[in-house]
Design a protein around this ligand. Structure first.
Ligand SMILES: NC(=O)c1ccc[n+]([C@@H]2O[C@H](COP(=O)([O-])OP(=O)(O)OC[C@H]3O[C@@H](n4cnc5c(N)ncnc54)[C@H](O)[C@@H]3O)[C@@H](O)[C@H]2O)c1
Ligand SMILES: [Zn+2]
Ligand SMILES: [Zn+2]
Length: 380
């Protein structure tokens, strides 16, 4: 089959690889109909992780079940299914308590497994024609049999639940004010989730015009950080007040405020601490890694950044972070889609054949206009 293979920094290719096969009786094989490129893939694409050549990318996968292992009971051949980006076993201490992003079985020696991602276990990604899904009864979310809402449902693999997770980590509630840093797919979905949860005003911070426009169209207040410190812009608008909650949907590759566009890995964390009112909460779905081969200083290369912990303490702020436990949210968010109450595909800006993945990666990585969220379409 054809698959998107990482060869090295800024070098991915669509190559022939072996078809996946049933390895355990609890597996299924899914023919992929939609598989998305994610900001998380870009960390690997840019050589900013320990990813090795040969890795098949793709953790946002949806399709139709082609083959079913002998131990699978619920999922049937022909079912239309969506897979959370994390792989869970369903029976370990963490999965049992709903922390499926931190499964203790699927990636021994590490808490958490995923498809096509560095350090997340031996699972090939789904930017390919077919995908092997382990513990299929646990990991497949069933979708309605028709072909409706294909791209809305595709957002359930990661960014819609991850946006929701950001809002949950910050405990966003009715009538609250929120600042969301980042208007990439995760930031936009975080803002969307805040609105679903009843926030009164949501500020969305970025510097990319078409992404800020999407946030504005959603009913949020766009803040362009290239025009001045975003926390100051928000407190000026609010006559000296900050916000109750903030969300970091950027992560360690945050761009600093300087004109050189250099990265400043702590800039968004600092912004969150600054703009959040005393007793507020900060949700951090943005990714931070313990090892960054491309970092500019020795501390950052080990995932260590200076933050104003004293200010955080003084303000009594709390924070939450980590991989999303997609299974906590995905069926509820699916049902909101089915009921016609939400339309997360509003972030999808491009649909391209799998063969065009290298160009799509390059343009998404450059944050070109029209490349906010790309869905790849394998032909099998
Ligand atoms: N916790 C999880 O489970 C999970 C899941 C998916 C993605 N992520 C992470 O979420 C982050 C965002 O993902 P994405 O797909 O939206 O990526 P993306 O790269 O498309 O978006 C990031 C956005 O942040 C903006 N940005 C950069 N510096 C900024 C700053 N200083 N202030 C405000 N905005 C700034 C960029 O312009 C860009 O639009 C990534 O770090 C990704 O790895 C985490
Ligand atoms: Zn993703
Ligand atoms: Zn588990």
């Amino acid at each position: 089959m054809k698959a998107v293979v990482y060869e090295g920094p800024y070098d991915i290719r669509v190559e022939d690889v072996d078809d996946p096969a049933i390895e355990q009786p609890t597996d299924v094989i899914v023919r992929i109909t939609s598989t998305c490129i994610c900001g998380s893939d870009l960390h690997m694409y840019e050589g900013r992780t320990d990813a090795q050549a040969g890795l098949v990318f793709g953790h946002e996968n949806q399709g139709v079940v082609e083959e079913v292992g002998s131990g699978v009971q619920r999922v049937k051949k022909g079912d239309r299914v969506n897979m959370p980006f994390n792989i869970g076993c369903g029976f370990c201490f963490n999965c049992e308590r709903g922390w499926t992003g931190f499964c203790l079985s699927v990636n021994p020696g590490f808490a958490g497994g995923a498809y096509g991602y560095v350090n997340m276990g031996p699972y090939r990604g789904g930017q390919a024609e077919y995908l092997r899904v382990p513990y299929a009864d646990f990991n497949c979310l069933e979708l309605p049999d028709d072909e409706d809402h294909e791209h809305d449902f595709a957002m359930l693999c990661d960014i819609f639940p991850t946006g929701y997770h950001g809002a949950e980590l910050a405990e966003v509630g009715m009538g609250e004010t929120v600042a969301v840093f980042g208007a990439g797919p995760v930031g936009l979905m975080s803002a969307y989730a805040c609105l679903i949860k009843g926030a009164s005003v949501v500020y969305v911070i970025d510097q990319i015009p078409d992404r800020l426009k999407m946030a504005e169209d959603m009913g949020c207040v766009p803040i362009d950080f290239s025009k001045g410190d975003p926390a100051d812009q928000i407190t000026d608008m609010r006559k000296g007040d900050g916000v109750m909650k903030s969300i970091d949907a950027v992560g360690y590759q945050a761009i600093g405020s300087g004109e050189d566009g250099e990265e400043e890995p702590n800039v968004v964390l600092e912004g969150c601490i600054k703009v959040t009112n005393p007793t507020g909460k900060i949700g951090i779905p943005g990714l931070y890694v313990p090892s960054d081969p491309g970092a500019s200083d020795p501390h950052a290369s080990q995932g260590m950044f200076p933050i104003s912990f004293g200010k955080l303490f003084e303000k009594g702020l709390s924070l939450g972070t980590g991989q999303t436990n997609v299974k906590r949210y995905n069926r509820f968010l699916r049902d909101l889609i089915v009921a016609g109450r939400v339309e997360p595909s509003l972030v999808v800006s491009k649909e391209v054949p799998l063969e065009e993945a290298p160009e799509a990666y390059e343009r998404f990585d450059n944050r070109e206009e029209g490349y906010t969220k790309v869905v790849l379409k394998p032909a099998a």
